[in-house]
Design a binder for this molecule. Structure first.
Ligand SMILES: [Zn+2]
Length: 262
């Protein structure tokens, strides 16, 4: 049986860039087929009917035609445009950062329905006016890392496998999680981690987003979590997310949340 020429899929548009004079290449994270790179013809023309449905940070129903080199979008109808996120700078910068994270950890054409559902839930939570942006970010980072196979070890020492007990815990990104005092390697970037931060991270790892958003965490704990997750993501993915600087600038501009730089 031959493969159908057309297929339909739901997807979240991650980014797009120009192709020739009037077209664009769209990177879209789909519900069933993973991350795809597709062409959208005439998208840069002023009268394009597809343009509004294929903007980054849009959930859209796509009809795609298989092409020799690139598949081509022939139809698109947005399901959710996340208007509130796009009018609120802290939420927008956070959504852009999460989108970069999703783009970075997902290879092309590798189906990941759980990753898709986590990303969609995170954007829907950011779209809610009263939701806590920092908690959403912490939760999303944890679950995007877990689904990509980068789950940090939070219960036993990554060196001796001993159970981590209160008062004897450090975190070392190069070891992939917690480490006990006896196993610290002074050549690496280990750092102390409070029992409060450990408990919150363990809770995020096993809980739903809805339950995690009920947590009340102090600002010092929030700073610690931010610094720790930034260090872990930087080491694990071997790069700094480009949009992280944008998130920090917006946070400073807003003056509400201090984002550590290390
Ligand atoms: Zn140990």
């Amino acid at each position: 049986m031959s493969t159908p020429r057309l297929y339909n899929t739901e997807g979240l548009v991650l980014r797009s860039y120009p192709l020739g004079e009037t077209d664009r290449i769209i990177t879209v994270f789909t519900k069933t087929a993973g991350k795809l790179r597709v062409a959208a013809r005439g998208l840069r023309k002023p009268n394009s009917k597809l343009a509004g449905h294929l903007e980054p940070l849009t959930c859209t129903n796509l009809t795609v035609s298989r092409g020799r080199t690139l598949d081509v979008v022939t139809g698109a109808e947005s399901r959710e445009s996340f208007y509130f996120i796009k009018t609120d700078l802290p939420r927008l910068s956070s959504a852009i950062y999460l989108t970069e994270l999703v783009d970075t950890i997902n290879p092309l054409e590798s189906p990941n329905p759980y990753g898709y559902s986590i990303y969609l839930k995170g954007l829907c939570a950011l779209e809610e006016e009263s939701s806590n942006v920092q908690l959403i970010l912490h939760y999303m980072e944890m679950h995007l890392l877990i689904q990509a196979g980068y789950s940090p070890e939070l219960h036993q020492c990554t060196e001796c496998q001993g159970k981590i007990v209160e008062g004897n815990h450090y975190f070392d990104p190069s070891h992939g999680g917690v480490i006990c005092k006896a196993c610290i390697n002074h050549q690496t970037n280990f750092r102390p981690v409070s029992i409060g931060a450990l408990k919150v991270l363990r809770f995020f790892a096993k809980s739903t987003l809805k339950d995690s958003l009920l947590l009340k965490i102090t600002q010092p704990l929030q700073f610690e979590l931010r610094s720790l997750m930034d260090a872990y993501i930087r080491y694990t993915l071997d790069r700094e997310m480009l949009s992280k600087a944008f998130v920090r600038s917006v946070s400073k501009l807003e003056g509400t949340v201090h984002v550590p730089t290390t």
